[in-house]
Design a protein around this ligand. Structure first.
Ligand code: ADP
Ligand code: MG
Length: 197
């Protein structure tokens, strides 16, 4: 798959627009089990990306690294470094014109890097609970967007074991994890722009 400057621009815009359109929802999710800043955090991050990352300046890997670094620098909270790690690792691992196998390999590396950074595992009610099943669906040529949305829904009955939501213990049960929801939004936006194969 060749991702030229035009596609990179569309990818960045699609992810940013989806985050902007859902910022209030992400905030409401984080109000329920966190500190209510997730919508604002993600919005600030993607505003900085639109401002600072030039999709025509570099090929896919370097642009992904720039997106990741911009998230780390502009977003406070847990999610900035974790989403930053996701994009930076994809940038480090993907070649300029990735194959399907390249995407699976880079996705595995990104999940491993998030786990290391967050000291977290799948099943703890975080973004990982969407990224893991979405990558499995992609590897199996299944519907990635459906898998991501179902996985975000599946965080509702989970008990949070990492991040601020874990402070609530049992009371975190019954709400969708905000980072799981934003992960599903980003996956849907990327799939819309880049296609499903
Ligand atoms: P903060 O928790 O600092 O207020 P945000 O509200 O922006 O940051 O992001 C919260 C989201 O970050 C959570 O919903 C969860 O998905 C993700 N998250 C938090 N801590 C971790 C962790 N240790 N590992 C993986 N994801 C995490
Ligand atoms: Mg928060």
């Amino acid at each position: 798959m060749t991702v030229d400057a035009d596609r990179l621009r569309k990818l960045i815009e699609a992810m940013a627009q989806s985050i902007f359109a859902h910022a209030d929802e992400l905030t409401a999710l984080d109000q329920a089990i966190g500190d209510g800043d997730h919508g604002l955090n993600m919005k600030r991050g993607f505003e900085a990306i639109l401002r600072d990352v030039d999709p025509a300046a570099a090929p896919l890997p370097d642009t992904l690294k720039s997106i990741g670094m911009t998230l780390v620098m502009s977003v406070g909270g847990a999610s900035g470094p974790l989403f930053g790690t996701l994009f930076m690792t994809l940038g480090k691992e993907l070649p300029p014109a990735p194959s399907r196998d390249d995407v699976v390999r880079a996705g595995e590396a990104a999940i491993a890097a998030i786990k290391a950074r967050g000291k977290s595992e799948v099943g703890q009610k975080t973004m990982l609970d969407v990224l893991r099943p979405a990558l499995d669906a992609f590897a199996a040529s299944e519907d990635v967007v459906q898998a991501a949305n179902q996985a975000a829904e599946a965080t509702v009955p989970m008990k949070a074991m990492r991040g601020r939501a874990s402070f609530l213990g049992e009371r975190s049960i019954g709400h969708m994890d905000p980072g799981a929801r934003s992960s599903a939004l980003l996956i849907a936006a990327a799939t819309d722009t880049l296609g499903r194969s």
